[in-house]
Write a protein of this length. Structure first.
Length: 71
């Protein structure tokens, strides 16, 4: 699918109805640049979009030295 053909984000409550407390949490050693790339047209984002259909990700602003990312 092209980027314009992807579904729009329905909001966190759709995917995590019990709120943040009910979400699975994990950590990784993958760097921020490897995961998110340098900009909105990064190769990593494009590749994930091709390989993982119907997946939307949202990255939050940095806080306390980390950046929460939801998939």
């Amino acid at each position: 699918m092209l980027r314009a053909q992807r579904s729009t984000f329905a909001g966190h409550a759709t995917y995590v109805p019990d709120g943040v407390e009910g979400a699975d949490r994990s950590t990784t050693r993958v760097t921020e640049e490897q995961l998110l790339g340098n900009d909105r047209f990064a190769v990593a984002r494009f590749a994930v979009g091709l390989r993982v259909g119907y997946c939307y990700h949202q990255a939050s602003d940095k806080r306390n030295g980390g950046r929460p990312v939801w998939f």
